[in-house]
Design a protein around this ligand. Sequence first.
Ligand SMILES: *Cc1c(COP(=O)(O)O)cnc(C)c1O
Length: 371
Amino acid sequence: MIPVNEPLLNGNEKKYLNECIDTGWISSEGPFIKKFEEGMASYVGRKYAVAVTNGTAALEMAVEALGIGDGDEVIMPSFTIISCGQAVVKSGAKPVLVDSEYDSFNMKIEDIEAKITPNTKAIMIVHIYGLPVDMCHILALAKKYNLKIIEDAAEMHGQTYNGKMCGSFGDISIFSFYPNKHITTGEGGMVLIDDEVLYERCKSLRNLCFSPDGNKRFIHEELGWNLRMTNIQAALGVAQLERIDEFVAKKRWIGNMYQELLSDIKAVNLPIIKKNFANNIYWVFAITLKDNYPKSAKEVMKELGAKGIATRPFFYPMHKQPVFNKMGLFLDNNLPNSEKLYEKGFYIPSGIAITKEQIREVSKIMHEILN
Ligand SMILES: *Cc1c(COP(=O)(O)O)cnc(C)c1O
């Protein structure tokens, strides 16, 4: 079976992990945390970074740190991972969903303004699959209506918008380091921030809001979480970050190879190669079946699986999630592109460790099944 994703851990990962064990620094104290945070902040061009346990936790912390809660609304795409919606719902605020562009997978900018109300506190933008959201319009809206921006850059390490790094646009921006992301710590996440007050707040929320006053160590004025990343995870992160340029180049090489090899398959739409503000970084190689193609994505994925090619379905639209519908949320939402993307879309193997031979094999089987 050719897996959808396999990470590449053959740089300094082992050496740095051994250092953790040899020195005994295995908790969230230890030198790699700060090194990883500073490395990411400098790579993305932010003042501060706070490493946490995963990307989902980073989103929850971002919502809480911005003071979003009961009665507030946050605008976000329906076509994204549950983490985005649940971070807002769990805070007591309400997600307000917009549809996505069918070809770029990113939220429809032109639909946002009509959804802004006096309760809107933030826009959560999510760069999906490989191309960034067209940020200049979002930044203008945020300024006009005095809204915060939470930027989910979990799939976008190394991508730029008009030459500026993704992860540099939010009041709080987040990354994930799950093994299918461009760089991985096994499990892991991070928030990036320029504002010092927000930075201190995030550090406090990560660590149970312990009092900074040593005399009041176990006296708490607020509730936080334990979201501390371990030195072991950060050791992996430091080793991975050393190779990020190479990994980003490899992702683009994989994407370009698939573009060439699959261009003659009439049954599918291939991902957009570039926009005027960015070249696709191909976090995943995301395909939709043409409208006139008779089979569903589910059927095609099954046939590919039977021939040894692993695939993944697209996100299930947030407004259709049973868990939210049961709470009475999104029942009247009509967001057809998000629904159609789920029906027609899937992605194929494109992990950092994939070989040229594996890519050729995927292409061969795709031709057998789809032509
Ligand atoms: C992966 C991902 C997350 C969640 O990250 P975890 O580390 O798996 O919790 C959030 N948002 C997007 C867009 C993602 O792709």
